[in-house]
Design a binder for this molecule. Structure first.
Ligand code: SAM
Ligand code: SF4
Ligand code: SF4
Length: 369
């Protein structure tokens, strides 16, 4: 059967690497908008066992969809080598993502390799992982033992029927909750839970989820439905602004804003006035935070993306497999970062609400969230 041509394949375009040039060692200078390089998100697989409609809709990611062959994926050794160079360039935080990162065979071995690395200041990197939680009950202990510090679990509803519909593979909410319990028991904390809010689909689950996690020490974060990729049929009228999320919660449990814990943090933090803990809102659509964006993304096949909404990436695998030495690769990464001027969400806000629809952007499951 002929393979279907879908926008996603076109969006995996490659940008030319900068020419080799001498660079002083140490952290890379800031990008063109003055933003340092601090955070590297590493996608370890483009596959997933869920089909969330806002990320990997079933109609597109079906049996005929060509996922990357194993040989195309960066090996753990390749990922670790790149991570080491990124840390030398100033990165402090590594986040494993995907697709579903726990589907990558022996991912805990990669965690162990990354945990042995050091930042430019000689400190252990902050290592975390974003997961749909489906395999967490089985994997939490091994991940912790390998050196993982924390996890973020995605959970879009507490109601089983709503959750099964949203993951679109009939996966039960109880199993994700069990995964969260296992992560907690293993000491993978503080745990964060991410809920993508789609107006009319799961916004009635905001308060039940908040009440479920209140007082547990787990921080629930509400994410605005974003126009990532080109396949999720994004519409502005399905975005529920974070301000509305806060209003709805305030009606039940009064909240007060908190200071950001770190510069470049994506979530705005709030605390329950009665001491029930903390929640967060990630307002990528209505209150973009590009100004402080210090994140780079490494795709499953070793392409470096400078923005979640980028349409092309830089092929670092070519350098790795072409025999480039560490200095050449570090120079290339530093030069790429220094040229960076991406600020898609701010630009989107300046455009008409839905002009971005159908654009050829890279898919979220490929470069990770
Ligand atoms: N499979 C893992 C998971 O779901 O946690 C990791 C990868 S997933 C791409 C990372 C995060 O991106 C998840 O929290 C997911 O909910 C979020 N995400 C995916 N598509 C999104 C969209 N269109 N808008 C907002 N968040 C999205
Ligand atoms: Fe899979 Fe995560 Fe995307 Fe859902 S959001 S389809 S769990 S990669
Ligand atoms: Fe960073 Fe791009 Fe998101 Fe702006 S739109 S915060 S530059 S990833």
């Amino acid at each position: 059967m002929a393979e279907r041509v879908i926008p996603l394949v076109d969006a995996r375009a490659v940008r030319p690497l900068p020419a080799a040039g001498a660079r002083a060692s140490g952290p890379t200078p800031a990008d063109r908008l003055g933003r340092p390089l601090r955070d590297l998100r590493i996608s370890v697989t483009d596959r997933c066992n869920f089909r969330c409609s806002y990320c990997m809709p079933k109609e597109v990611f079906d049996k005929r969809y060509a996922f990357l062959p194993h040989a195309a994926l960066l090996s753990f050794e390749e990922v670790t080598r790149l991570a080491r160079l990124f840390l030398q360039l100033g990165v402090r935080k590594l986040r494993l993502t995907g697709g579903e990162p726990l589907l990558r065979k022996d991912v805990e071995r990669l965690v162990g390799m990354l945990a042995a690395l050091r930042t430019v200041d000689g400190k252990p990197p902050d290592i975390t992982l974003t997961t749909n939680g489906s395999l967490l009950a089985r994997k939490a202990r091994a991940l912790k033992d390998a050196g993982l510090q924390r996890v973020t679990v995605s959970l879009d509803a507490l109601d089983d029927a709503v959750f099964r519909r949203m993951n679109d593979v009939d996966f039960p909410v109880a199993d994700v909750l069990q995964g969260i319990d296992a992560a907690r028991a293993a000491g993978l904390g503080p745990i964060k839970v991410n809920m993508v809010v789609k107006r009319g689909t799961n916004d009635h689950e905001i308060v039940p989820l908040a009440e479920h996690f209140r007082g547990t020490g787990i921080v629930l974060r509400f994410i605005e439905f974003m126009d990532v990729g080109a396949t999720n049929g994004w519409r502005m009228d399905e975005v529920l602004p974070s301000a509305t999320v806060i209003e709805r919660l305030q009606q039940v449990h009064p909240l007060a804003p908190l200071e950001a814990a770190a510069p470049g943090e994506t979530a705005e933090r709030w605390r329950y006035l009665d001491g029930g803990g903390e929640i967060g809102v990630i307002s990528s659509v209505t209150r973009p935070f590009c100004r402080d964006c210090n994140r780079a993304r490494l795709s499953t096949e070793g392409r470096l993306y400078l923005c979640l909404f980028a349409s092309s990436g830089y092929d670092l695998r070519e350098l790795l497999r072409g025999g480039a030495d560490d200095a050449r690769i570090a120079d290339a990464i530093a030069a790429i970062w220094q040229q960076r001027d991406d600020r898609y969400s701010e630009q989107r806000q300046a455009m008409a609400a839905d002009t971005g629809r159908g654009a050829r952007r890279v898919e979220m499951h490929y470069i990770g969230g």
